[in-house]
Design a binder for this molecule. Structure first.
Ligand code: NAD
Length: 293
């Protein structure tokens, strides 16, 4: 297929490369010359204008930082240059309202939109093992699925436009809160004199079991390999967790949902990611903040 790709950063670079590897003709655009050059080396056709990543394409993927970038690129480049029936896939993590607004903008021009945010970080983007949560009509989902499958290991239809973003931020709010709960629990277990591996063996088979503990344990040397074993480098940056938690708070407010644990998680990640310049560290590194109290 002829696919346009706009936004070749940490995530988009690897995703565009995987589409090229799967045999698609990928017309790639980014504001950064360095990102463009890398995409060229990875088998994409770099283009010097966003419009050239849209005109004549069968589908266009965007992977941009935030809602304001997606709104601008849709308004200025995608919608005006897209042909009728074109599929547009926004894989960025953005607020639900922006996702719904750009979808309406696209539908008004006869374009088929999906929001398809991802779970999995840079390694999964490079390795083609992302999980996509997709919002859009049945028809749009059916057309998007084979393209997304070339960049990921799972593609799940979450509902109508905006539902992909809603699923992503609900999941990440749960992840942020459960990571903090796991961190404070292990710190308390330590202060109570428990051996942490022994406590892990108990709790991972008892009712406290959760993903933050058993797949991503924040304690070095306990559980499977995780960023804790690498000085909290790599993994999922605390600054990105904070971004997702803030999106979750916006969505909760607009939907009228009560999220007291989510609010607490935002406050703690603000303290960790902003107060101490730890934003680039993995989000499980928040356990170190609990050492200080
Ligand atoms: P990034 O900042 O590395 O990349 C964004 C790219 O978009 C940059 O190369 C930038 O130059 C480009 N860009 C910005 N405005 C543009 C425009 N108008 N036209 C063309 N290009 C433009 O960000 P990233 O880490 O790749 O993340 C992208 C999205 O994926 C974000 O929404 C992020 O929340 C989400 N996400 C990231 C991760 C992660 O681990 N990095 C994991 C899951 C989801």
């Amino acid at each position: 297929m002829k696919i346009g790709f706009i936004g070749l950063g940490n995530m988009g670079g690897g995703m565009a490369a995987n589409l090229a590897k799967a045999g698609h003709e990928v017309h790639a655009f980014d504001l950064s010359g360095e990102a463009l050059a890398k995409a060229g080396e990875a088998g994409c056709h770099p283009v010097s204008d966003a419009a050239d990543a849209v005109r004549g394409m069968e589908a266009v993927v965007t992977m941009l930082p935030a809602g304001k970038h997606v709104r601008a690129v849709y308004a200025n480049d995608v919608v005006i240059n897209a042909g009728p029936g074109m599929l547009v896939l926004d894989c960025s993590t953005i607020d639900v309202d922006s996702a719904r607004d750009v979808a309406e903008m696209a539908k008004a021009k006869g374009i088929l939109p999906v929001d398809a945010p991802v779970s999995g970080g840079i390694a999964a983007a490079n390795g083609g093992t992302l999980t996509f949560m997709v919002g859009g009509s049945e028809e749009a989902f059916n057309r998007a699925e084979p393209i997304l499958s070339d960049m990921g290991k799972a593609v799940i239809h979450a509902g109508d436009n905006g539902a992909g973003q809603a699923a992503k931020i609900c999941n990440n709010m749960l992840l942020g809160a459960s990571m903090i709960a796991t961190c404070e629990t292990f710190k308390m277990a330590e202060k109570l004199g428990l051996d942490l591996q022994n406590f892990y063996d108990i709790s991972s088979k008892a009712s406290g079991q959760n993903w933050s503990m058993t797949s991503y344990c924040p304690v070095p040397g306990v559980g499977p390999q995780s960023p804790a074993d690498n000085g909290y480098e790599g993994g999922f940056a605390a600054a990105l967790m904070l971004k997702d938690l803030r999106l979750a708070m916006e969505a909760a407010q607009s939907a009228g949902a009560q999220v007291p644990m989510g609010e607490k998680a935002v406050a703690l990640y603000e303290q960790y990611a902003e107060g101490e310049e730890q934003g680039g560290m993995d989000f499980s590194g928040i356990i170190k903040m609990l050492d200080k109290g």
